[in-house]
Design a protein around this ligand. Structure first.
Ligand code: SAH
Ligand code: SF4
Length: 389
């Protein structure tokens, strides 16, 4: 963090103790803050644009470096606002290049963010809540009791921090380049598939996505942002209208009776309602499909009859199918389907015209794969509690 003294005041990335986060404010909220600082009305738009660009195009962490803004205004900003990112507790790099950050928020709560590099792209998997109020029986996050919504700033902050660490700002380089692809942009895609049910934190997740998609900022197009939901049906059309990102549905079961057990929200909004909301999702076409996620659980949902029913169920929806090998976690009541069975299941799905449906597990060695998040820190805390003082 840089710190420099301007006009007798300390300017630093962190700002003063009671400074408010600037990251995560919408353009309108940022303008309102400038107004409250007494910036003249005719300058508001320009100042907001300047700040926006420093924050989201350059990734600047110090107000002092914003040289096209008058010094006294910079000092005001520094006194009132912070540009701080969530704090990194640990950074782990998997043998396959997947990177997982355990992050600590201002109130001490922790979340995880995962970066999954591929040859020609990099996907950042971000969290929307601390924990999750839902209790899907195969998901480790669902066993965590403590839950709160993340602020828009904490959601965007995960992208900012990942860009810092990956050297993904103009002219920047990564401190630790292991596994980072040699592409222009390191983060090309963002998925809301970390901890939490994003549609239960609708407004903050929407604001964060709109900030991420802003073409004069982070510029991650809506076509490259995917929100994954367990099926909060009434919010799906609203998400389409207000955010319009790509959509993924955690399906996992093709019969209500089974899905009730796996994804309990199904009792409230059963398959019929969920699929109707999917069919009505705005802008669906063969170029803009909904992804249906299906976790492969041995002897539970992996029969050939299930595969056929899955294909029938999605017949009239522009869809992609993503078969996810179950990622185990300590005490999980399921096993991953045998590889042979996954292949047979995938073949049925393939024959129905869905290309490469199996998602290869990434970062399992660092517990970064789908549904494994939070395990390390929970274990750590449990062992810390057990340790004699
Ligand atoms: N709460 C949202 C998004 C986060 S979960 C949702 O449920 O969609 C992201 C994906 O990982 C979901 O499809 C979820 O069902 C899946 N998942 C959860 N636990 C898993 C596990 N142990 N193995 C594989 N996938 C899992
Ligand atoms: Fe929550 Fe998604 Fe896990 Fe279900 S699968 S408990 S909705 S994070």
């Amino acid at each position: 963090m840089h710190a420099t003294s301007l006009m007798g005041r300390e300017i630093s990335a962190g700002g003063s103790l009671d400074a408010e986060p600037l990251i995560g404010l919408t353009r309108a909220a940022l303008a309102a803050q400038l107004r409250s600082l007494g910036v003249p009305e005719r300058q508001i738009r320009m100042r907001a644009n300047q700040l926006w660009s420093w924050l989201y195009v350059r990734g600047e962490t110090s107000f002092a470096a914003m040289t096209d803004i008058a010094k006294d205004l910079r000092a005001e900003f520094a006194a009132r606002f912070t540009l701080a990112r969530p704090k990194i507790v640990t950074e782990q790099v998997s043998i396959d290049g997947t990177r997982k950050w355990l992050l600590r928020l201002d109130d001490g709560r922790e979340i995880e963010t995962v970066y999954i590099p591929e040859q020609d792209r990099g996907t950042l998997c971000i969290s929307s809540q601390v924990g999750c109020t839902l209790t899907c029986s195969f998901c480790h996050t669902g066993t965590q009791r403590l839950v709160r919504n993340l602020t828009a700033g904490e959601i965007v902050g995960q992208i900012m921090l990942a860009r810092d660490r990956l050297g993904d700002w103009p002219g920047a380089t990564a401190e630790d380049p292991r596994g980072i692809p040699d592409t222009d942009r390191k983060i090309t895609n963002v998925v809301l598939m970390g901890m939490g049910e994003p549609l239960y934190n609708f407004d903050n997740v929407r604001d964060a996505c709109l900030i991420a998609a802003d073409g004069e900022g982070l510029s991650i197009s809506k076509r490259r942002i995917t929100l994954s939901t367990s099926g909060v049906v009434p919010e799906i059309p609203r998400w389409g209208a207000e955010a319009g990102t790509m959509l993924a549905i955690s399906l996992h079961g093709v019969r209500d009776e089974l899905r009730d057990q796996l994804v309990p929200i199904n009792k409230k909004w059963p398959l019929k309602d969920l699929l109707a909301a999917c069919r009505a999702y705005p802008g669906l076409s063969n170029a803009k499909r909904i992804t249906f996620e299906y976790v492969m659980l041995k002897g539970v949902n992996d029969s050939i009859a299930d595969a056929k029913a899955l294909v029938r169920l999605l017949a009239k929806i522009p869809a992609k199918i993503n078969l996810i090998p179950f990622n185990p976690w300590p005490g999980a009541p399921y096993e991953c389907s045998d590889w042979e069975q996954i292949e047979k299941f995938a073949e049925v799905v393939n024959r129905a015209g869905y290309a490469s449906p199996v998602r290869s597990p990434r970062g399992r060695d660092i517990m970064a794969a789908c549904g494994q998040l939070k395990s390390a820190s929970v274990k750590q805390r449990a062992s810390a509690r057990a340790a004699p003082v």
